[in-house]
Design a protein around this ligand. Structure first.
Ligand code: FAD
Length: 378
């Protein structure tokens, strides 16, 4: 009888799933990643990657490439959206790695490039999975199926893996939307204004986070948080407009007005979340990232938590091997739940870095330097 190598299937090649795949492959595991999208395009959005994440990128040798495609701000400024007064000036160095802001599509492409050729399968929407105790059968919408020894659900807020573990439940609409727009920096030159590398403008009930998405500073990005009583659309996002932005931010600082005037396209996204889940794994199924702890994005740490999860899960599987998955999954949850829940809570509250504070607990964290708490610490 030929010996079969144990297989890991990851569902979803988002920012968490792609890193989980790369780290596990780097550690010698046999991993395939199944992504529902037919391909990834360069969607109009930026993302922060803090030093806590760059330490993980370093582990699989991609940190310098991430820095090369990113803007690396020296500070996070918080400013009053109406008066422009500074509410905080948070230094972004001194946490053991670089702080980056980057185009989300560029980052995702770079992450996916780290997966071994032939192991990322696009157009594979998981529709059913059956953990029969010995292995797991996965069925995709295109009629194909595969088996795996363990399955990692990195399939986002509407996770099919979460549904298999806990039943179907819609996420909670938070009552907020986020507008997202990329602006050509060329358009900003006509204004006699200083556009800072990374700044959050705070109003009484809304905000606008703004930063560059490239090291060349040729692309500027804003993402808002604006109250919006109900999400009345079926789609993941809808088109917004310069006029809508002007009305939402009427009376705000001239820099915000300049950004709105320079906007060609802007989209509007509902912000959903979930309460902390009662379990993160069962049997041969385990979840990471938004599948198990989605949050409002106001701390810019949602993807970071997915990536930290990926690193900790890899560490735990390295300890036990795949045959010890039950122990690995418990260890993983024990070593991740408190931190992910704390970040989820602070992020939902939208208070992070509003006033001068020390963000070391977030950015100074090194997932590899944490002594592993034993599973009995649960
Ligand atoms: P996702 O990135 O959602 O990836 C899930 C993947 O699974 C997708 O590719 C999806 O197509 C795939 N998938 C889903 N279902 C299936 C299926 N059935 N079969 C196969 N594939 C499937 N986080 C930060 O760290 N920094 C930021 O600056 C930041 N800004 C944000 C701004 C906004 C407006 C929003 C909404 C979020 C922001 N976040 C940020 C949060 C961040 O986007 C998420 O936390 C992060 O994307 C979660 O990663 P993930 O891999 O868990 O899930």
């Amino acid at each position: 009888m030929t010996e079969r190598k144990e297989k890991i299937a990851i569902i979803g090649a988002g920012l968490g799933g792609a890193v989980a795949g790369a780290l596990l492959q780097h550690s010698g595991f046999d991993v395939d990643v199944y992504e529902q999208a037919p391909s990834f395009s360069r969607l109009g959005a930026g993302i922060h990657m803090g030093p806590n994440v760059l330490k993980i990128f370093e582990r699989f040798g991609v940190d310098k490439q991430v820095v090369a495609i990113s803007s690396t701000p020296s500070h996070w400024f918080s400013r009053d959206g109406l008066t422009g007064d500074y509410l905080s000036r948070i230094p972004l160095d001194g946490y053991g790695a670089t702080y980056c802001t980057v185009h989300r599509g560029d980052l995702q492409a770079l992450q996916c490039d780290q997966l071994k050729p032939g192991t990322l399968h696009f157009g594979k929407k998981l529709v059913r999975l059956d953990d029969n105790g010995t292995d797991v059968m996965l069925e995709f919408e295109d009629g194909t199926s595969v088996r795996a020894d363990i399955v990692i659900g990195a399939d986002g807020i509407n996770s099919k893996v979460r549904e298999a573990l806990l039943g179907f439940e819609k996420p909670n609409y938070s009552g907020w939307v986020g507008h997202r727009a990329l602006i050509s920096a060329e358009k900003l030159k006509k204004f006699d204004l200083e556009f800072e590398d990374c700044v959050k403008w705070w109003g009484p009930d809304r905000h606008m986070m703004v930063y560059y998405t490239t090291g060349r500073r040729d692309e500027y990005y804003y993402v808002t948080g604006v109250p919006h009583p109900a999400w009345e659309f079926d789609s993941a996002f809808v088109e917004s407009s310069r006029e809508e932005m002007a009305s939402e931010f009427e009376g705000y600082h001239p820099i915000i007005q300049a950004l709105i005037e320079s906007t060609d396209e802007v989209t509007k996204w509902p912000l959903f979340n979930r309460n902390p889940l009662p379990l993160w794994s069962r049997g041969r199924l385990v979840m990471l990232g938004d599948a198990c702890h989605p949050m409002k994005p106001h701390m810019a740490q949602g993807a970071a938590m997915a990536i930290e999860d990926a690193a900790m899960l890899t560490r735990c599987l390295e300890e036990t091997g795949i045959s010890g998955y039950a122990t690995a999954f418990k260890l993983y949850e024990v070593n991740r739940r408190d931190r992910a829940t704390r970040v989820q809570t602070v992020s939902n509250a939208n208070t992070f870095l509003l006033h001068q504070e020390d963000p070391s607990w977030v950015y100074g964290y090194d997932v590899y330097a944490q002594p592993l708490k034993s599973e009995s610490a649960a």
